[in-house]
Design a protein around this ligand. Structure first.
Ligand code: DC
Length: 224
């Protein structure tokens, strides 16, 4: 299966870059972070504490954090318990909840299996934290997309401002560093660079340059 795996830390532009790369390759893009965000929302909607691993595990076992992904005109819609939460998952709070619940083995097992099923059905580009290492260890193209914490915080700030939120740069930078720490040090499937992944550091690259760098890697892999 022609699958492309992209991992990287928060705010590296993975989602938007991945969307564009997938569109140019005429394949679908699965944003796996959206699925963790959907579970985070389900946990909050159920009135549970995101730190309560036993409660979250029980919620998943009961099928009450059921995540579905659909495509509408090529764009991903993310559903949890049958409800479309595509818009609601894009807040800072949903991101923080996602990072917290993504530490739990029950959540990861449930979502990794779903992601593997989706990716087995069609050629796709998947982006996340553990795609190269766990979800698709045999993907023919593996990329680690990163940028400095400051560059990522600047981009994140701009995104949130566009959504009408107005956090300070210092708060965002602190949040980026805290998320990196949580994502990289969790016990189950932490974010790490796969040894066979190619690194794209976008600190000094614009959107188009980053897209092109990834397309070049895909093309080189196919030429082999
Ligand atoms: O990329 P994002 O900010 O939407 O991801 C939200 C959180 O979900 C992130 O902090 C860690 C978690 N995540 C994960 O553990 N594994 C993935 N494949 C994708 C996201």
């Amino acid at each position: 299966m022609l699958n492309i795996a992209i991992d990287g830390p928060v705010g590296a532009g993975k989602s938007t870059i991945a969307d564009e790369v997938a569109a140019r390759l005429h394949i679908l893009h699965l944003d796996t972070g959206a699925m963790y965000r959907a579970v985070g929302l389900a946990v909050m909607d159920a009135g549970l504490d995101i730190q309560d691993e036993a409660g979250v595990t029980a919620l998943c076992a009961a099928g009450r954090a059921h995540v579905d992904v659909r495509y509408q005109d090529g764009a991903q819609r993310t559903l949890v318990n049958g409800q479309d939460v595509t818009g609601r998952i894009r807040t800072q709070q949903a991101g923080t909840a996602a990072s917290a619940v993504s530490r739990y083995a029950a959540v990861r097992q449930m979502l990794v299996r779903r992601q593997q099923d989706i990716a087995a059905a069609q050629p796709m580009l998947l982006d996340g934290r553990d795609i190269c290492t766990v979800v698709l260890p045999n993907a023919p193209v593996k990329i680690y997309l990163t940028a400095s914490a400051e560059a990522r915080a600047r981009r994140r700030l701009r995104q949130l401002q566009e959504k009408g939120e107005s956090p300070s740069f210092e708060d965002i930078l602190r949040e980026v560093n805290a998320r990196d720490h949580q994502d990289m040090t969790r016990a189950v499937d932490p974010l790490r660079q796969a040894p066979d992944a190619q690194v794209v550091d976008s600190t000094n690259m614009n959107f188009e340059q980053t897209v092109q760098a990834i397309l070049d890697i895909v093309e080189a892999a196919h030429a082999e």
